[in-house]
Design a protein around this ligand. Structure first.
Ligand SMILES: [Zn+2]
Length: 284
């Protein structure tokens, strides 16, 4: 599943490409993937694009209609305007001809370009909403602070984490009500940055450690965005560059490789059902 930096990268790219364009047609191939009436969208201009946690919002002209996107497990956004950019879950067929059998929704724009929403497993969705609904939306209510906003202080993080005293820190930091948008990759990296054993129970952390994990989350998310996201294999960002963050990852997907700091072999365990990577020496 894409994490915050991948969705942020898609947002930045779409801002460059479709801001100001009019949506001329919405073709819905799978009703499950598009909630709402396409007529409410057609003919309107894209005036703003934002991200909240892993959700993208596309604001339209005239009546404050907003299109919400959530890519979930296997969603992809593929934009074609002569060139192509791709964001989201990587697959072999994302590089082939569009549309294909996994294309659920097609947006056509006033300049002849197209945005394809592909989703193999159909957990992702696009929803027609509006400003009033979005501000009172339950999807947003449950979300913790954005890691790069000022409201994300170490004290707030500590307070939110302490709701999960018996949980390992690595698992608790992935709860979206604790902090928005941190998934498996960045929780692994943040624990390494904070020099914390990912198995440490939240209830056993002191203030110094809460401060360290707070700093770690901000640092790894910023690095992720700087390197255009982290998706393995075929990820291509909206400018056509591959996501290179994993080249910079300290522990994620690096089991049996030497730690970049102390050369100790990185260990892999399963924690909360997810692959967990750490340096037994730096994080003890
Ligand atoms: Zn190490």
């Amino acid at each position: 599943m894409p994490e915050l930096p991948e969705v942020e990268t898609i947002k930045l790219g779409l801002q460059k490409k479709i801001l100001g364009l009019r949506i001329t047609k919405v073709q819905v191939n799978s009703p499950k993937s598009f909630i709402g009436n396409p007529n409410q969208v057609e003919g309107k201009k894209v005036v703003d694009i934002w991200r909240k946690a892993k959700m993208l919002g596309v604001e339209l002209s005239e009546d404050q209609t907003i299109l919400l996107f959530h890519l979930k497990m296997s969603g992809q956004l593929i934009y074609e305007d002569g060139g192509r950019f791709i964001g989201g879950h990587p697959t072999e067929d994302m590089l082939g001809k569009m549309p294909n059998s996994h294309t659920r929704v097609i947006f056509s724009f006033s300049d002849g370009s197209h945005l394809y929403f592909n989703d193999q497993r159909k957990f992702g969705w696009i929803r027609v909403s509006n400003k009033a609904q979005v501000t009172s939306n339950k999807l947003f209510e449950k979300l913790g602070p954005e890691p790069l906003e000022k409201s994300f202080t170490w004290q707030i993080l500590k307070q939110n984490l302490l709701k999960h005293k018996s949980m390992p820190i690595k698992v608790a930091i992935m709860d979206q009500s604790v902090v928005s948008g941190v998934g498996n990759i960045y929780s692994n990296e943040a624990c390494f940055d904070a020099k914390l054993d990912p198995r440490t129970k939240v209830g056993d952390l002191g203030d110094g450690e809460f401060k360290a994990i707070h700093k770690g989350v901000i640092k790894v998310i910023k690095n992720g965005i700087k390197h255009g996201g982290s998706t393995r294999a075929h990820f291509v960002d909206p400018e056509g560059h591959k996501g290179y963050f994993l080249d910079y990852a300290k522990v994620y997907w690096r089991d049996k490789h030497p730690c970049k700091v102390c050369k100790t072999e990185i260990k892999k365990i399963t924690l909360g059902g997810r692959g967990t990577y750490f340096c037994p020496r730096c994080q003890s």
